[in-house]
Design a protein around this ligand. Sequence first.
Ligand SMILES: Nc1ncnc2c1ncn2[C@@H]1O[C@@H]2COP(=O)(O)O[C@H]2[C@H]1O
Length: 696
Amino acid sequence: MENIYRFKKRMVYPEKLSLDQVTDKSSTTAASSWCSGPLERYTKIDINSDSTIRVKSANVQSDAREKNRSPSLENVAATTTANRQFIQDRIRHLVDAFSTRAQAARERIETPATPSSISSRETIEPTSVPHKPKLSTSETSVEVVPQTKTKSNFVYKNIKYVLDNKIIDPNGKVYITWMSIAAMSVMYNAWVIPLRSTFPYQTPQNRPVWMAFDYIADFVYFIDMILIQPRVKYLHEGFWVTDMAQLRHNYIKKKAFKLDLISLIPLDLLYFVLGPDRVILRFPRFFKLHTFREFFSFVDKLLANPYVIRITRTLMYMMYLIHLNACAYYAFSDWQGIGSNNFVFDGVNNAYIKCFYFATKTATSIGKNPKPTQEIEYMFMTFSWLMGVFVFALLIGQIRDIISTATRSKTEYRKLVDETLEYMRRLNLPQDMQKRVQMWFNYTWETQHTLDENNIMDCLPHKMKTDIAINVHIHTLSKVKLFADCDEALRRELVLQLKSVIYLPGDIICKKGDVGKEMYIIQSGKVQVIGRTENEVLATLSEGSVFGEISLLGIPGMNRRTADVRSQGHSNLFVLSKADLNSALSHYPEAQELLNKKAKMLMKKNAALERKHNAMIIIDNPTPPPKQAKLLDTVLQVVAPDSKTNRLLRYGSRGKPRGRPENDRFKYRNSLPSIKNYGSIERTFQTKVTVHRTMS
Ligand SMILES: Nc1ncnc2c1ncn2[C@@H]1O[C@@H]2COP(=O)(O)O[C@H]2[C@H]1O
């Protein structure tokens, strides 16, 4: 409405303005105005269906006649001509204004600017106006009439579209919801028809209520057959068939259609002949039991934990068989005569509860049953027992299978843990080690619910496995710098090669000096890179960090682990083997370069740390431990410094010093600093060698 109002405002005021102008202008003219007496009387604006305006100006013709008749009236005639010209101009202007407005109205009708129409335009053909809007001088009729028509037309078209083209996805929520409604209707009929046919639970007083439920269930059957099943899409040669004609044809071909059709046979029309209490006439409704089975198999496929549903279904079958047996027992008792002997129902207490109790005892062979007295009773009991033995054994077996399938992996896990612990006990391994193994089992099971996560998806196609792996690990992978910067294809290639491993607190993941065979990505937990001593932590790495790659990169002289890496708490890691990494990197040199860069950077950092560490040692210990005078020193102290013996002792057969004489500790034997600093010099020298080795 607001739109219409706005539109009116926009469209109406310009014309009003024009008309006002006309009135003003005409009032300044001495001659009669275009809307004064005679003009108003004779001027007609006729808008035909094409929105064109035809103007009949009777007054113009009459003026002409008067001019011919009386030439003395020249002045009047001149004025009339001017008026005529003026009127024609005005009319032309009016025609233009109307045409513009009509055009705008037409456009508006053809493209209603509502959000729903905008979205539906993509699926529904553009709404065409069935009849051209009839325009009239009345503004209301111009705006409102076509709008209403368009709206109703639009709703009708939408409903028709839904009915004609709505395809139902067999895995979608709509279908499952509908199937649950249909399954409930089938259940209702399956339980209630035998109940009302045997027990006296339908009375003339409650009959309308029963019938109301009956026909609601029948309505569901009908809608299912007419509207739902013929729209369920199906797969043909790997493609979803969505063509309505084909879907209909496919449903009609199916056995389910025949059963649905039979289930709707209106035998209950015979109520008019046989009486409305012959509920057994509704027995064709049983033919739709397949819907109930179908519903359960759908739910089974959809649910993450279908075992509950499977057990429920089997229990329902059991209950239903007991229900049927209870109905049969009551019918039999009724036929024999209620309370006529010890075997039949005695008519005391609630009939259904007592019969159900009898049927349960018979079917499960639990408890003492009344002894049959007649042949027919023997036959009844034999049949009940047989049903109990075969059918119930089958159903109970099914329940056992369902439970064992549900708990299979847990059972296997327990078996494996028991075997491993037993093996370790036999070998008399230390208690501590046994405890750690048990801890590993417990933690792995708790976090992964399997001991071999890597093999779970082995049966899936490669592409699907990759998609799942990417999806599962996306959180960790998004944090891995290496993966973030590299090609998407490399990422997909690597992700499948990742194997999941768990480390316990304090476990050494890499040992310095070992040959590197795999690298690691931290999925969760923290690891520490250890320096020279156990307590020196060079770095603590967390989720998304990569380590252990340096020794895999084939950098000359660096194929061994450069540091110890220890798990700080429980760590879940991805392991990537050297072969897998290298085969992937061979196609992606940029990633290789990135890793190399990172490796070199880490090496530089480690070398710098080590240098710093050594410098600290020098500063910390400027004084070496007191040096004990050795035999040579003692001798040198007593021998004259310039004697030949001294020279021989100091320089050997060369007889003179080599290199820098000031560094000669023997020449300046009293020079304490040189002697005192000897230890530091020696250590510095050693450090240089170490750093050099590390760098190389
Ligand atoms: N200073 C450091 N900071 C972080 N990580 C390091 C450091 N030094 C070594 N590493 C990692 O520890 C790993 C030990 O095995 P690699 O030498 O194969 O690769 C090493 C690096 O990934």
